[in-house]
Design a protein around this ligand. Structure first.
Ligand SMILES: [Zn+2]
Length: 287
């Protein structure tokens, strides 16, 4: 009889050839492979590198000191300012914008200001200036003042953290504007903090406000204008916001607000210009 013999088995049915069973690796080789893969994923040599990494070395504020604060009268170094001095009658006001720069809010505000040749003061957050460096540069290039509103808008912190908060923001302002007037507005206007004390020790002028637009409550444009006009007087500091926290009506209110303020005979100055006017008034009146 004819017996068919399977060519892959011997006569006892055992396989003649061992089938290929995949690549066999020792545990050591596998471990090395996993480590190598991990290193590759961690370092990501294929990822694009920031070309100007070396140029982004943190600036030391001490290096900048010789050019800083020249525009601010001596009497205001380390002082807290908010309301104009008694008897001040010059019809000038300073508009200030906090928490920017943010493309959705700062850009239309800049458009409205530059259309009328008005300059203002922008109390920027360092992290926003870091995120939108071109916008921060545009603010400076259009003649506005860049001032310090801390790096991340925190209120409570240690002394070491306060140094970082102020100095990082200051370095970013310097990078955008090429100079800084040494003006600081504390987050939430809090002057009883380690951060504000550090800023005062560093001879920053602490700039509060005398007129609150209350735009942070998100009222309609008409209410923002009414809030500003209610308390406006010669030498006022007006607080508005250009942060990303949703102040869509601030740019909407601005053209009408500028019209109203101008129609009452005021002109607009930056905070350093305002403090110079306050100072001249005090000097002239012997105070
Ligand atoms: Zn703020």
């Amino acid at each position: 009889m004819y017996v068919r013999i399977d060519s892959t088995t011997d006569r006892f049915g055992r396989p003649l050839y061992s089938r290929p069973r995949g690549l066999r690796l020792s545990p050591l080789a596998m471990a090395l492979g996993i480590i190598a893969l991990g290193v590759l994923l961690w370092t990501r040599p294929w990822a694009p590198r920031p070309a100007a990494a070396a140029a982004e070395e943190p600036l030391q504020r001490a290096d900048l000191a010789p050019r800083l604060g020249e525009a601010i009268p001596e009497r205001y170094h380390g002082a807290i300012v908010s309301t104009p001095p008694p008897g001040f009658t010059e019809p000038v006001v300073a508009l200030t914008f906090d928490d920017g720069p943010h493309p959705d809010v700062t850009a239309p505000i800049l458009d409205a200001l530059s259309a009328r040749g008005i300059t203002a003061s922008f109390f920027m957050l360092g992290l926003q200036a870091e995120k939108y460096p071109d916008l921060a540069k545009r603010v400076a290039a259009e003649g506005h003042i860049l001032a310090n509103h801390s790096y991340a808008h925190r209120v409570h912190m240690s002394q070491a953290e306060a140094v970082l908060e102020l100095d990082r923001a200051e370095a970013l302002i310097y990078r955008a504007a090429g100079d800084s007037p040494l003006l600081f507005r504390p987050p939430e206007g809090r002057t009883d903090t380690v951060l504000t004390q550090y800023a005062r020790d560093e001879r920053f002028t602490i700039v509060q406000w005398s007129v609150d637009s209350e735009d942070w409550k998100h009222p309609p444009a008409d209410t923002i204008i009414a809030n500003c006009m209610e308390d406006l007087e010669p030498g006022s500091i007006v607080i508005l916001h250009d942060g990303g926290g949703g102040y869509p009506d601030t740019p909407k209110a601005l053209p009408g607000l500028l019209d109203r303020i101008e129609s009452e005979g005021y002109s607009f100055v930056t905070v350093p210009e305002l403090l110079q006017a306050w100072d001249a008034h005090l000097s002239a009146t012997g105070l």
